[in-house]
Design a protein around this ligand. Sequence first.
Ligand code: CP
Ligand code: NVA
Length: 303
Amino acid sequence: MKRNLISMLDVKDDLEEIIDLGIKLKKKSKNDESIELLKGKTLGMIFEKSSTRTRVSFETGMTKLGGHAIFLGKSDIQLGRGETIEDTALVLSRYVDIIMFRAMKNEDIKELAKHSTIPVISGLDDKEHPCQVITDLMTIKEHKKKLNGLNFVYIGDGANNMSHSYLLGCAIAGMNIKIVSPKKYWPIKYYIDEAKKFGVKVEVTDIIENATKNTDVIATDTWVSMGDEAQKEQRLKDFKGYTVDKKLMSIAKPDAIFLHCLPAYYGYEVTKEVAHEPQSVIFDEAENRMWAQIAIMVTLCKN
Ligand code: CP
Ligand code: NVA
């Protein structure tokens, strides 16, 4: 049976196996051992939105695996001129072995997956960003040597793709998760309810004072996601006071780490001081996109 990765729930049974595989293949490759596990395979990468990390990490990851990746910007292919997602899926399935899709809408990735005969991986949509959260959990595991029982707090836009995937991902990994966000931007109820099913502590609050107390991991993301640009002015007003700064970091556990999927907008969701200080692991996190996705592609191709 072919497997897709569209939601964190798609890896609920083997999340830590994938993370451990990413850590193992990273070590192997850095020791100059071959990790050519997808020799001769091709990845098609469809992009409807901009990207630095997703594009480069998938392409270089596929090269390390002995395969090849093709960049398919939406406006460069017939999808941008009205060819259906169904036909695009049926045609690409005849050429390539995996598809990665960065889409405006979650439904479009589901539609592509429905008609593809090969695995489909989300490279982000309006609801989730699973590759990033698997990467973030891998980065946390490298730094903390465990996931289960850690206290994780996400500050910022609670209704965006990162927040939703963190809710599911942390819960699957056995971590307690707190989302700190103005009420207007609280997560979609479905993600809160699903997270609670894993038996961890799930809290959603708009109280920023002392929000990071007793926390192992602090994360944030842009206040204005791709597609939200028209609301930028309103959002900057609404999120005022929710910047991750030195003060919030200082009340977390002394060995707490800071995560940001990037790109960052300094002075808004985080100060540059916090993002570039030693407690921040944002560039390990960026690098790990490649290693986590290597593990994801190997796992999905096994089925
Ligand atoms: N974090 C992330 O997905 O970055 P890009 O938008 O650059 O791919
Ligand atoms: N929430 C952000 C993530 C960027 C990688 C966005 O969707 O723009």
